[in-house]
Design a protein around this ligand. Structure first.
Ligand code: ADP
Ligand code: MG
Length: 234
């Protein structure tokens, strides 16, 4: 199953969620490929220490290599298709090749998770269209929720159904919006809340997923719970 992790607003936790949901699914025995679909701002590779790997998705998207050559196994158990941080890499990439490249390998995995860019440009439309399901990432702030609603509408226009939304960075601000208020606005179920957790920043600095960094921290437990929900075993 191909799941695109999307949000309208940037900086809400898509990359963090893609990496950690991927590691969590792998911990419960699933075969997972994580794809750095945010090819202009490739951050996912950083979490796994794969930003210098060549070939990367950029070489796949410039038809310099086969997609299988740019997939790397990480010791957490997940396979990663990283993008590089170079601007040249980005410039030579043709995202129109992306759907075929992903389709070529998708059947080898139980889950393919795509870390999408923010916003609603043409790149995003490609990421929404290729997915079997879209997972929307929100934070408990009005702008993030309003933008999330647009992602929901775009997914529907692309004919892709939504798994649900996750609410990231909860418990950060006093008086933040409540889950039922948010569900009312986006007309979508919040399937999991991921608390604000300083271990996420610390783990990123150590170039690891938070689950590998400390499996008992609140965010790690929440991501494990999300993985169980997504596999239907919760
Ligand atoms: P996006 O991919 O949507 O732009 P990121 O995953 O890069 O967002 O997250 C943006 C920033 O927020 C990063 O510095 C990340 O470490 C931090 N962050 C994300 N989720 C949490 C959380 N639950 N608790 C604390 N910090 C978080
Ligand atoms: Mg990101």
């Amino acid at each position: 199953m191909i799941i695109t992790v999307a949000s309208g607003k940037g900086g809400v936790g898509k990359t963090t969620t893609t990496a950690n949901l991927g590691v969590a699914l792998s911990k419960i025995g699933k075969n997972v490929l994580i794809v750095d679909g945010d090819i202009s701002m490739a951050n996912l590779a950083l979490i796994f220490g794969f930003e210098k790997k060549r070939p990367s998705l950029h070489e796949v998207l410039s038809e310099e290599c086969e997609v299988g050559e740019a997939i790397y196994k990480h010791n957490s158990g997940v396979s990663v298709l990283p993008a590089s941080l170079s601007i040249e890499g980005y410039k030579k990439s043709d995202l129109d090749i992306f759907p075929d490249a992903i389709s070529e390998v998708a059947d080898d995995y139980d889950y393919v998770l795509i870390d999408a860019p923010a916003g609603l440009n043409r790149d995003m439309a490609i990421h929404l269209a290729i997915a079997d399901k879209v997972l929307i990432v929100l934070t408990p702030e009005l702008f993030s929720i309003a933008d999330g609603l647009k992602i929901k509408q775009s997914s529907e226009m692309a004919g892709t159904s939504i798994i649900g939304a996750i609410l990231n960075r909860t418990g950060r601000d006093y008086g933040e919006m409540k889950i039922d208020e948010i569900e009312m606005i986006v007309q979508e179920k919040i399937i999991c809340a991921i608390p604000e957790d300083g271990n996420i920043r610390n783990s990123t600095l150590k170039r690891r997923s938070v689950i590998e960094y400390d499996p008992n921290t609140p965010a790690s437990k929440a991501y494990m719970e999300l993985a169980l929900k997504i596999t239907g075993s919760y």
